[in-house]
Design a protein around this ligand. Structure first.
Ligand SMILES: Nc1ncnc2c1ncn2[C@@H]1O[C@H](COP(=O)(O)OP(=O)(O)OP(=O)(O)O)[C@@H](O)[C@H]1O
Length: 235
């Protein structure tokens, strides 16, 4: 599966319904593919549309035009027009997503927040917790926090729980939205190691990294999103 995801001529604008329906075009003619075993990075200044692209690829934002072709169940599916049920199946099997912030669930321990994606995929709970412990230890989350719900954790602690939760599965495609934004240098290095391990396992990664050193360490290719500014003729 060398190219599990191809984006073709995608455009996105936002309609501001509370502002007389003003239409805000964000990106147009977005075309690229990502490859197994590589980390592709979306680059460009703030507001260029990087997060919007990731959110369309995960099915969180609707797509105005174009196709997002994903390998799924030995066939090809256009995520841009797929039914919500198919989008959920693709998320379960094909596409993982690490957002910038953890959505905390009351009363669920950090360990179970991390183990949950595996348990949902029918993995035995104890085996899932074993993998969760290994990841939380690798990410230097103090063991005394593992049994606590992450709601009261610091920003960096919550981000590490979120990273562990995103990296615990074996999705062939992994989307990363600034996974290192709140981390110190030591834990940024751990994330660089985790990304290298995913690449070695043949995962196709697509990420946004504002930290220059992290970007340099992980990127096989940088796509400049300003090339997709609306009104710009794609090269
Ligand atoms: N849900 C939304 N509703 C309205 N406008 C939006 C929405 N999401 C994004 N935008 C607008 O789309 C443009 C691109 O935003 P996006 O978050 O994709 O940029 P970005 O390149 O990821 O920026 P940053 O690096 O600052 O995170 C911005 O002008 C933003 O205001």
């Amino acid at each position: 599966m060398p190219t599990p995801l191809v984006v073709s001529d995608v455009a996105k604008s936002f309609t501001m319904h509370l502002r007389d329906g003003i239409k805000l075009p964000v990106i147009a003619s977005v075309s690229f593919s990502i490859k197994a075993g590589e980390c592709t990075v979306l680059g460009g200044p703030s507001g260029a549309g990087k997060s919007s692209i990731l959110k369309m690829l995960y099915g969180n934002y609707a797509v105005d035009e174009g196709q997002i072709i994903v390998m799924h169940d030995d066939g090809l599916i256009d995520l841009a027009t797929a039914s919500p049920r198919t989008v959920l199946a693709i998320r379960r099997q094909m596409i993982g997503y690490v957002s910038q912030f953890l959505r905390t669930v009351p009363r669920v321990s950090a360990l179970d927040v991390v183990a949950e994606p595996l348990v949902e995929r029918s993995e035995d709970r104890e085996s899932a917790r074993g993998k969760a412990r290994a990841l939380l230890a690798q990410l230097n989350l103090p063991e005394k926090l593992w049994a606590l719900p992450p709601a009261t954790f610091s920003g960096g602690e919550q981000q590490r729980v979120n990273i562990a939760r995103g990296f615990i599965t074996e999705h062939p495609i992994l989307l990363l939205d600034e996974p290192t934004a709140s981390l110190d240098a030591r834990n940024r290095d751990v994330v660089i190691e985790l990304i290298a391990a995913k690449k070695a396992a043949g995962v196709a990664l697509l990420g946004i990294f504002h930290d220059h050193d992290v970007r340099e360490a992980v990127a096989d290719r940088i796509i400049d999103v300003t090339a997709f500014a609306p009104g710009k003729i794609a090269a």
